[in-house]
Design a protein around this ligand. Structure first.
Ligand code: ACO
Length: 324
């Protein structure tokens, strides 16, 4: 049996930290009122990282990938496939993955972007697993990278306080020992309007809205429901008792979603890796960023069973159970 094993991880955060108080002061200059109290109470977010104008998604992706490659001990020239999960690519094409491939000198790698909003990293891991288990690739680099600050309406306090920029990467390889035990990805396009960026180019114009628009309460309800359902589904698929999982890494959008999920699953909050307070919601980058924090601080160890979960625009969601 061939497994898909995580053999390296890396992350990158821009150098500028914007606290809730900094953001509230900035928004007040535009006549928009918010506060640290409101943001912390409703979301758990205390700060976010924001990339400078000249730092684009591929830059952050490359930096996180370099760290993951060093961690894995695998050379860029041995990577067969690069997948970049992003909703904020540098441009329409070439794909951000091709820019990364060139900058890393990963000369053998095929490269493409995958767009599934905040679920992009889970979708990409699941895709990488299919390539590896079918024998089409041995080593795959999966990156989640976002410059969400580019697509935020800084006059809309209900969305602009929620997101941040950053990138995270995994190096995956074929293994006979352990790795991904089960995964599932799902979507429901019929509720796509609850979270979207509808803008698109048309003959030199941007048609539709170029900013994130969200019905926060619908997203909240749907996110809790699908995260619980897919957590149980991957456990059933792998015949794993949910109580034996060491670490839960759900998409980092909102502490209230995570707490409600932990209650509904009957799992202690202590088993959940939380980074939404420091990173805010970094969309496709949130899971590898959180994973890397918990790996570097020694919480996630070899042999641990980890549940990784994404949910976001589309509407999309997915879960993946992995033995480290
Ligand atoms: N600061 C101060 N007040 C605000 C702000 C703000 N930043 N944003 C909204 N408000 C106000 C509203 O105007 C409203 O005022 P009103 O009562 O005078 O009309 C009041 O706060 C309540 O607004 P709601 O939208 O009802 O606030 P809610 O309690 O639903 O919280 C939130 C909003 C945090 C977005 C919540 O709906 C939520 O957690 N949704 C989950 C969605 C999420 O986390 N999305 C992240 C991206 S999606 C993803 O990654 C899956």
């Amino acid at each position: 049996m061939i497994y898909t094993r995580i053999v390296g991880s890396g992350s990158f955060l821009p150098s500028t930290v914007v606290s809730n108080n900094d953001l509230a002061k900035d928004l007040l200059c535009r006549g928009i009122h918010t506060s640290d109290d409101w943001i912390v109470q409703r979301t758990g977010i205390k700060q976010r990282y924001v990339a400078d104008v000249d730092v684009n998604t591929s830059h952050m992706a490359v930096e996180s990938a370099r760290m993951a490659l060093i961690d894995s001990g695998i050379d860029a020239s041995d990577i067969d496939l690069i997948i970049v999960a992003t909703s904020t690519p540098d441009c329409v094409f070439p794909s951000t993955a091709c820019v990364v491939q060139s900058k890393l000198n990963a000369s053998r790698a095929a490269a493409f972007d995958l767009q599934a909003a905040c679920s992009g990293f889970i979708y990409s891991l699941s895709t990488a697993e299919s390539f590896i288990c079918s024998g089409k690739a041995k080593n795959v680099l999966v990156i989640g990278a976002e410059k969400f600050s580019r697509i935020l309406d800084w006059n809309d306090r209900s969305t602009c306080v929620l997101f941040g920029d950053g990138a995270g990467a995994f190096v995956l390889t074929a293994s006979y020992d352990c790795g991904i035990l089960s995964s599932c990805i799902s979507s429901d396009g019929s509720i796509s309007d609850i979270l979207s960026v509808s803008g698109h180019f048309d003959r030199g114009n941007v048609n539709g809205c170029p900013f994130v628009r969200m019905d926060g309460q619908s997203v909240f309800k749907n996110a809790v429901y699908v995260l619980e359902e897919s957590a149980r589904a991957v456990c059933d698929k792998a015949c794993v008792d949910i109580n034996s999982i060491n670490w839960f890494i759900p998409h980092q959008a909102n502490i209230r979603i995570i707490k409600m999920l932990s209650r509904r699953l009957g799992i202690s909050n202590d088993k959940f890796v939380i980074t939404v307070d420091k990173h805010a919601n970094t969309s496709a980058a949130s899971i590898p960023l959180a994973f890397n924090v918990a790996k570097l601080d020694g919480r996630i160890k070899n042999g641990d069973l980890v549940l990784i979960q994404g949910v976001g625009g589309g509407f999309t969601w997915g879960s993946l159970l992995v033995r480290i």
